[in-house]
Design a protein around this ligand. Structure first.
Ligand code: AMP
Length: 213
């Protein structure tokens, strides 16, 4: 399966992607995870992305397309992929279309995960992420067994730098302005499925039903 997961920050794209990978071996590709790893490793890419990320702004389309042009050609993508956090602008969507056409590939579906703003704000301020493996926790509903330590890899579970109230508010504005228009773009392509998401299971069920039909 080759899917794009659309949805505001905190809509649950990462959680849904992780569940979907277990279904058929598709790989989750999160541009945010790739960028955070580059920042942590202090690479040139990380240095170029760091300031925009910290403020909750978007990294340049050129930088993102450079990453994805390489990533989508890797061997593990042959089993399918779930794009989480990419594309985020119309130019990225257009560039992806050209890239996939060159590779002779087509997307199966674009899932727009819709969640009410108050739910998103609550989730983002209480979300914690493992610095080691990216596992997602929530201080209220799903804390790690030992405070600050990942159940899976033992890494440090912390609040992301871009999950301050100011950065979150900016990320939601940026999403509405730059990324939300992608729903119309993919609706015009005839591959958009909108899911009103109360839980990741509800999203998963809707995707399974659509794939089966
Ligand atoms: P995420 O983990 O998807 O919320 O991404 C974290 C941050 O990485 C975003 O707020 C952006 O600064 C940057 N980023 C991730 N993916 C993209 C993308 N496709 N285009 C531009 N910036 C991105």
């Amino acid at each position: 399966m080759k899917l794009i997961l659309l949805g505001a920050p905190g809509a649950g794209k990462g959680t849904v992607a992780k569940l979907l990978t277990k279904m058929d071996g598709s790989v989750q590709i999160s541009t945010g995870d790739i960028l955070r790893a580059a920042v942590a490793a202090g690479t040139e890419l990380g240095k170029q992305a760091q300031a925009a990320m910290k403020a909750g702004d978007l990294v340049s389309d050129d930088l993102i397309m450079g990453i994805m042009g390489e990533r989508l050609k890797e061997d593990d993508c042959k089993a399918g992929y779930l794009l989480d956090g990419f594309p985020r602008t119309i130019p990225q969507a257009e560039a992806l279309k050209v890239l996939l056409a060159d590779m002779g590939e087509e997307l199966d579906m674009v899932v727009d995960i819709q969640v009410a703003k108050d739910v998103i704000l609550d989730r983002l301020t209480t979300r914690r992420t493992c610095e080691g493996c990216g596992e997602i926790y929530n201080v209220k509903s799903n804390p790690p067994k030992e405070e600050g330590k990942c159940d899976k890899c033992g890494g440090a579970v912390t609040q992301r730098e871009d999950e301050t109230e100011e950065a979150i508010s900016n990320r939601l504005d940026v999403y509405n302005e730059m990324t939300a228009p992608l729903a119309k773009f993919y609706a015009a392509e005839g591959i958009l499925v909108s899911v009103d998401a109360t839980s990741s299971d509800a999203v998963l069920d809707a995707i399974k039903a659509k794939l089966a039909s």
